[in-house]
Unconditional design. Structure first.
Length: 260
């Protein structure tokens, strides 16, 4: 799984979404993330088709929405997602939240069936707390590959990072720029000035140093490129320590059905 990907949450304009995916892939990105709930799987698929990049070189992930987590609904809607994306398989299929129709036994039975059929190369979970992660491991025959959660310097998720690392589960960070709030933090800004980088690049570099994959959402070529160039930002130990010491907690995604 490439450690920097393109997120597409709230990228609902068809042309913008299609162009963003194509632009990212042709710039060098190889990880694209979407979801049933985003309402843009067809446009993501169009962007993939338009890009001059072989399908087998792309790590494509989507998520099953909380209304579709009963056994039959998982199977039916995932096959619809594949049709909308214009692909024969996805590299990673997530349970979007442990909420509403989620039932560990029934939901994972369907996920495992899709995995066994080769329609899904890897199984993941999203927005799972440590206890939900362990429950998922218990109920899934296939390995749990990743847990996608909000994670950034203002919500570092230390306990969850440690918990997943002990269980050999990758973490994927959505909203890795804290929906823009990173730019307002004095510590991040000072480190950005030191490295002649943007605050957003510093946040992505810090996440990478923690061994976490980031999937920042971007639509314009400028922002897609700014995020891509974070790969050249090399933070030193002092930078990491200063960011780790930020005494602020700022969760940006907190729906009523969240498990915390």
């Amino acid at each position: 799984m490439p450690m920097l990907g393109l997120g597409t949450w709230e990228n609902t304009d068809p042309d913008d979404c299609r162009n963003a995916v194509q632009t990212a892939l042709e710039m060098g990105y190889r990880h694209i993330d979407t979801a049933q709930a985003y309402g843009n799987e067809s446009e993501v698929g169009d962007g993939i088709a338009a890009a001059d990049v072989p399908r087998e070189d792309i790590f494509l992930a989507t998520k099953v929405w909380i209304d579709n987590l009963a056994y039959d609904d998982v199977v039916e809607t995932t096959k619809q997602s594949l049709d909308d994306l214009g692909v024969d398989y996805v590299d990673l299929l997530y349970i979007h939240w442990p909420a509403r129709e989620y039932d560990p036994e029934e939901t994972f039975e369907a996920f495992n069936e899709l995995y066994d059929e080769g329609l899904v190369k890897r199984i993941g979970v999203s927005n799972f707390e440590p206890e939900h992660v362990d429950e998922a491991i218990e109920h899934s025959d296939a390995p749990i590959f990743a847990n996608q959660v909000e994670l950034h310097p203002l919500l570092p998720q230390e306990e969850l990072r440690e918990h997943c690392a002990e269980r050999d589960i990758e973490l994927v960070a959505y909203s890795p720029l804290a929906r823009g709030a990173i730019a307002d933090d004095e510590t991040i800004s000072a480190i950005a000035d030191k490295h002649d980088a943007s605050p957003f690049q510093v946040s992505l570099a810090w996440i990478r140093e923690k061994g976490v994959t980031a999937i920042p959402k971007a639509t314009s070529e400028e922002h897609i490129r700014d995020n891509w160039e974070s790969l050249a930002v090399d933070l030193d130990d002092e930078d990491i320590d200063d960011i780790d010491a930020i005494d602020r907690t700022d969760r940006r995604v907190d729906p009523s059905f969240a498990p915390w």
